[in-house]
Design a protein around this ligand. Structure first.
Ligand code: NDP
Length: 315
């Protein structure tokens, strides 16, 4: 499988396991299945509400000794209610405690959006802090401190547009090492990828299969299915692969990391096996034509009348 390289020589496997919406009773098992079948990259976040269960799986697997902590890349993310400088490192320490780890491989600012500290998910404009109240650079400086303290090996961001990345880059010499964003054939984000590549920022693609299991209010009425797309299925047939494998391979072959979520043993294994074949130029051309700037994770839940977070993706 491909790996993504970091400036200090560290490598991250391109295919990892996502854990958003992985239920508490299922996620530890999914992580154990993934690790025992060759995954070495797990994507977590405080807001997924399941880091303690993921931590139980890590403790069990690392405790047995067959797989060592240092062999697995663990990413987590700072939630939006801990952007104030005094809250960043305590939030990270809680994540480390829950995951039963001494350090993270990668810690990301989950969104360029800040909530008040006691708000888990906003319901009204007053639940937010504006970027004037908590500038991104304030949060970023604490991320740098966390790295200097050895609590995390690498730091980055998530859901950052080119404009947001530029804003941060104007204020610091320590660039984000990663931008984790939604990426799949309906949302190819070529400009953002080109910008990140030019600036030495690695990219991880989320919701590579078109996401699943979201509540109805998070879904658009006319949401198209990626897994049922006829072009993807035709290419899948040609390679004797599944539609999911084509989508994962497409991301990996573009040079990004990709973190499909599954709690199903068969699909966890199937997704990792996407590394085992190549898409040819004709496949890539057909998939390139599918781009229509469609987002599954719209970010609209952060746009409320009276707050300053309109159009956070800037497109
Ligand atoms: P995905 O695009 O990974 O899709 C997951 C859905 O696809 C689940 O319903 C899963 O069901 C199903 N599935 C998994 N494998 C297959 C397969 N081979 N064939 C058919 N169906 C399959 O969705 P996510 O939105 O969860 O994105 C992946 C990960 O990205 C998240 O889990 C999270 O870690 C990260 N993420 C990060 C965000 C951010 O803001 N930084 C936002 C969104 C996601 P089942 O479990 O039953 O297999």
């Amino acid at each position: 499988m491909k790996t993504l390289k970091f400036k200090n020589g560290d490598h991250m496997d391109a295919i990892g396991l996502g854990t958003w919406k992985s239920e508490k009773g299922e996620v530890a098992n999914a992580v154990k299945i993934a690790l025992s079948n060759g995954y070495r990259h797990i994507d977590c976040a405080a807001t997924y509400g399941n880091e303690a269960e993921v931590g139980e799986a890590f403790a069990e697997v690392f405790g047995k000794g067959d797989i060592k902590r240092e062999d697995v890349w663990v990413t987590s993310k700072l939630w939006n209610n801990a952007h104030k400088k005094e809250d960043v490192i305590p939030a990270l320490k809680q994540t480390l405690k829950d995951l039963q780890l001494e350090y993270l491989d990668l810690y990301l600012i989950h969104w360029p959006v800040a909530f008040k500290p006691d708000v888990s998910f906003p319901e009204k404009a007053e639940d937010f802090l504006s970027l004037e109240e908590v500038p991104l650079i304030e949060t970023w400086k604490e991320m740098i401190k966390a790295k200097e303290q050895g609590l995390v090996k690498h730091i980055g961001v998530s859901n950052f547009s080119i404009e947001k990345l530029e804003e941060l880059m104007n204020d610091t010499d320590h660039l984000p090492e990663m931008n984790q964003v939604e990426l799949h054939p309906y949302l190819q984000q070529n400009k953002l990828l080109e910008f990140c590549s030019r600036n030495g920022i690695n990219v991880t693609g989320y919701s590579p299969l078109g996401s699943g299991d979201r509540s109805d209010e998070m879904k658009a009425d006319d949401e198209p299915s990626l897994l049922e797309n006829p072009v993807i299925n035709k290419i899948a047939k040609k390679h004797g692969a599944s539609a999911g494998q084509i989508l994962i391979k497409w991301s990996e072959q573009r040079g990004t990391a990709v973190i499909p979520k599954s709690t199903n043993e068969g699909r966890i294994k199937e997704n990792l096996q996407s590394a085992g074949f190549q898409l040819d130029e004709d496949d890539l051309k057909q998939i390139a034509d599918l781009d229509d700037h469609f987002r599954y994770v719209t970010g609209k839940f952060f746009e409320m009348e009276g707050n300053s977070y309109e159009n956070i993706y800037n497109d």
